[in-house]
Design a protein around this ligand. Structure first.
Ligand SMILES: *Cc1c(COP(=O)(O)O)cnc(C)c1O
Length: 395
């Protein structure tokens, strides 16, 4: 990293891709790598027991954040694993033990790991429906109403989109699924810790959380699994039966404690943080509109995460723009697909043509973003867009 004035570069504006570990989270984790290394499942001695107690304390903090019971919190390696567990586990449990319902309903703008898990169940004989979204990225509740029936085992709809930050009407979707006797799973990797999420009020049966999206460590996540009425799953892993037999494997104590601390911090601070980030985001968008002609805003303006912007710069290729701003860390789409030079499937699903989708970048603000960094980003964006547009008209 270098410093320009008092700003460290590159300025990180890709918080939807991942977040740094909060220093308070790191402090909470460190002793559990070295002196307190006991296996939390080896409770015959004090070292194991202190790990087990700390893991349970972390579980309680995560449960508190989403209004769950600690017994409903299952530690996993991340939201990808949680999504696979929820979708494949619910479908396979139904097939193995009841075999009445054989349909899964999801949405075209889901994260790849949800889409691919649903498609894997299609290969196992389930009927799958991917609902479209409107031009703002919101799922049509009427279409959902038509798709969810008494053959539907699972409805999987994300809470907040990782590319465009759009929030789906989770509580309405949960109520509808429950009324039809289907399980409701939500990928809440972008939502938990950023906005209030309440598994009771939203009628959520299964929910995926990721540590590294909420200032916790990478390599840990959670699957929330409702106890009443019970959401039942076939496990993905065979093994020692840890985590209520649902997820075998030793719980990584330091990572679980880190996620617990991250959850506690989020619970205390997310209200104020959302206000601060919303104001910074509005300031950035205002500045972009004042200083750069021919820009467009992607995704719903109101139903969205406070810290996300997805903007199209007419006539500019997103890849060129990102390359022209080495001092800014921003993304052309979701990180998982940015190796492929192809417009984002999420933006295409909003009905945007290839040109507009291909000229869009995602800007994600976060806990450590400062006003000075936003000004820096504005200067660099305005300069780079104007330079690239001059080049293209000169050519
Ligand atoms: C990051 C992300 C994931 C994947 O989470 P990992 O913990 O990295 O596996 C899944 N869904 C959404 C919406 C995400 O943002």
């Amino acid at each position: 990293m270098t410093t320009e004035g008092n700003i460290k570069t590159p300025v990180y504006l890709d918080y939807q891709s991942t977040t740094p570990v909060d220093p308070r989270v790191l402090d909470a984790m460190l002793p559990w790598f070295t002196e307190k290394f006991g296996n939390p499942h080896s409770t015959s001695h004090a070292l194991g027991r202190e790990s087990a107690e700390a893991v349970e304390e972390a579980r309680g903090k995560i449960a508190d954040l989403v209004n769950a019971d600690p017994r409903e919190i299952i530690f996993t390696s991340g939201a990808t694993e949680s999504n696979n567990m929820a979708i494949k586990g619910a479908a396979r449990f139904e097939r193995a033990h009841r075999d009445k319902r054989d349909k899964i309903v999801s949405v075209v703008t889901e994260h790849k790991c949800v889409i691919e898990s649903v498609k894997a169940m299609e290969a196992e004989g389930f009927e799958t429906v991917f609902l479209p979204v409107d031009e703002n990225g919101l799922v049509d509740l009427g279409a959902l109403d038509g798709a969810v029936d008494d053959r539907t085992v699972l409805v999987s709809v994300m809470a907040a989109n990782n590319e465009i930050g759009v929030l789906q009407p989770v509580a309405e979707i949960g109520a509808l699924a429950r009324e039809r006797g289907a399980l409701f799973h939500t990928d809440a990797a972008q939502a938990v810790g950023k906005m209030p999420v309440d598994v009771e009020a939203m009628a959520i049966d299964l929910m995926s959380i990721s540590g590294h999206k909420v200032y916790g460590p990478k390599g840990i996540g959670v699957l929330y699994m409702r106890r009443r009425p019970r959401a039942r799953l076939e496990p993905l892993f065979s093994g020692g039966g840890q985590e209520r037999t649902i997820r075998s494997g030793t719980v990584p104590t330091p990572l679980a404690i880190g996620l617990g601390e991250a959850a506690a911090i989020a619970q205390r601070e997310m209200g104020e943080e959302a206000v601060r980030l919303g104001a910074l985001r509005d300031h950035l968008w205002q500045g972009v509109q004042e200083r750069i002609p021919d820009v467009a805003f992607n995704g719903d303006a109101d139903a969205r995460l406070p810290a996300n912007l997805n903007i199209a710069f007419d006539g500019v290729k997103a890849l060129d723009l990102v390359e022209a701003m080495p001092d800014l860390a921003v993304s052309t789409g979701s990180a998982c697909t940015s190796a492929v030079v192809e417009p984002s499937y999420v933006l295409r699903a909003l009905g945007l043509d290839d040109d507009r989708a291909g000229s869009s970048i995602r800007i994600g603000l976060g806990r450590f973003t400062t006003e000075a960094e936003v000004e820096f980003a504005l200067d660099h964006l305005a300069e780079a867009v104007s330079r690239l547009r001059q080049h293209s008209t000169a050519a």
